[in-house]
Write a protein that binds this ligand. Sequence first.
Ligand code: T4K
Length: 369
Amino acid sequence: MANLPAIENKPIYVTQPSLPDLNTYTKLLEGVWERGILTHNGPLVQSFEKQLEKRLALSRFVAVSNGTIALQMAIKALALKGEILISSFTWIATVSAIKWEGCTPVCCDIDPETLNLDVDKAETMITENTVAIMPVHVFGNPCDVEAIEALAKKYNLPVIYDAAHAIGSTWKNESVLKHGNISATSLHATKLLNTGEGGGVITSDPELSKKLERIRFFGHNEEKDVIEDGFNGKMTEIHAALGLANLDNYDAVLEDRRVKYHTYQDLLSQNTSISFQKTLTDAGNNYSYFPIILKSEQHLDHIVSSLASENIYPRRYFYPAVNTYSKILEYIPTPISEDISKRILCLPLYFSLDLNSIYRICDIINHNS
Ligand code: T4K
C-alpha cells in the first residue's frame, strides 16, 4: 500500500451530521428562551422556511417533523386511496409512509445505472388500481423527471417525489424539489442539510400548500376550525434553529461534498471491479452519498471486512431491496434492485471527513479488489 500518513484510530462511519458554529446556534436559542415559544409555527420555523424557499427558489416549503411524516402528509393532501408505484431500491420509510396512509405500495424495478425508477417498466405496471407514482431521487441523484411527468400525464396520475435525499439536487439547474405535484424531503441528522430530525413538503400549488399547513396542525384552518383530518407534523423552534444555523454553511457543505465525491471517483476510476451511479445530463447530483457498485456480494463482504479492520464503517444502503420484506409486503420480483442491493456500498462522505481518510479508504478498496 502507498505510504500514507497515519490517521487517528477513531472510527469512521458512513456519515456524520454537519454541525453549525455553536455560538450561532446558541444565539438563536437565546431568542427562543426570551420568547418562550417552542413550537406551533414559531418565528424560527417561519424564517427557516422563508430562507429555504429563497435559496432554492421554491414557492412553498412546509417544514415538518421528519421525512416520513412529509411523505404521509403528501399522500393525505392528495387524498390517495389505492396502489402507489414505488421503486424497490429505497429506504423502508417509502413503504411505511404509504402503508400508514392506508394505501398499498407496489414495487417496480430500477434503471441499473441511475438506480432510479425504470420508467418504461413502471408503465407496464400501471393498472386501474394505481392512484399515484412515488419515485425516489436515490442518493440525491435526480430521476428523469420529464419522463416521469410525461407518464403521469398520460395516465392522469399524480406524482409525489420521495426527495428525502434531494435538497441541493437540480434538474436543468433548478431545484429538483420543484417537480411533481408534491416533493417530500428529509432534514434528518444524516442529510446534507439537517435540523436533527425534520423534513419538508414542497408544492407550487397554493391551495395544496395551505392544505399541507392544516394537515401539519391537526386540520385547523386559520380560524382554528377543524376542516379536515390532520395530525401533528410540526417542526419545533429548537430544530428550526439548528436548520437556520446550518444554512450558514450550506454552500460550503455542498462544495465540500462535490470535491470529496470527485476525489473518490478519481481514485477508484481505474478499478474495473467497481462501477458508479450514473447522473443524467440534465440532472445535478447533490453528492450526498458516495455509492459504489461491486462485482459480487462476496467482493462487497471482503471490502467491508477489510475496511472494518481499519475501523472504517461504510453502509449497505439500501439492503435488502424493500420488495423482499415479505412480512409487510406482497413479494413482487424486482431482479435489478435485488441484485444491486446485494452489491452496493455507500462510502463515508461528510464535511469533517479529511481527504487523507478518503485516500486511505480508496487504497484499501483498490488493494482488495
Ligand atoms: N425516504 C428515503 C428514501 C429515505 O432514505 C428516508 C430516510 C426517508 C424517506 C425518511 O426520512 P426521515 O423520516 O428519516 O427524515 C438513516 C436515517 O435515519 C434516515 O433518515 C435515512 N433515510 C436512512 C437512509 O438512513 P441509519 O439507520 O443509517 O442511521 P444510523 O443511526 O445508523 O446513522 C448512520 C451513521 O451516521 C452512523 O453510523 C453514525 C452517524 N450518525 C448518525 C446519527 C443519527 C451520527 O454521527 N450522528 C447522528 O446523530 O438511518
